[in-house]
Design a protein around this ligand. Sequence first.
Ligand SMILES: [Zn+2]
Length: 259
Amino acid sequence: MDITIDLGECSGAALRTSVVALTHGHADHIGGLAMYLGVRSLYGMPDPTIITPPGTVAAMTDLIDSLGRLQGKPFKARIVPAPEFDRTMDLDNGLRLGTFRVNHYPGDLADGLACGYVLSRVTRRLRSDFVGLPGPVIAEARSRDPGIVTEDVLPLVAVSGDTTPEWIAAAPEHVLQARVLFQECTFLGRGRDPQAAQKGMHTHVDELLKLLPLARNRAVVLYHVSQFYRPEDARELINAAVAGVTGPRVHLFDMGDRL
Ligand SMILES: [Zn+2]
């Protein structure tokens, strides 16, 4: 899909994508930016696009300027505000990026500090009686009647970023119909209760499972599990928590190396 959503560290796969969309500005979501920009610049890769919540654009611009000064050569990244919650932006490869409201900062989220993302594939269809006609004829007809081209929009992947799970109750329909939902799940119990999760504006698995029946995604992948848990314990706790719960299939994202 040529897009990375969040960049806590810069993996090889992330490095090769030309678009990065950030859910918010916390260190564990943007820590890989310096490496991403530096290595792409070193190898002469095309200037990347960094999509970031509207309220973070100024700080992100300052950060990337500072990184460029430290590098001794400005980074030529295109910094783009993420679409407002009821808008979308089309990427170059037939994908459409939308955002949804999450709950990770105290107070009013209208300041645009955090968002979730949903990626959809857009397929355009030409009305059958125009198929095979020359391009200029179609363009002229379309300028008179845009309806001769219709769009199928298939939501594929949604990513929550950091948030309490309440967003699910108010989520736009298409987000909960994306094939795969990546949902943060910082706390899994065993000494970390739902109040702790609420305080840090994160998700506790017990609270998530109450809302998960609303999700019609084929699969939900839990990620952003606290460093407090060892990977094997996390797997065990999640398996125990989801046993007997109806709703989408729940997976645990590879937790990789821990700090
Ligand atoms: Zn955060």
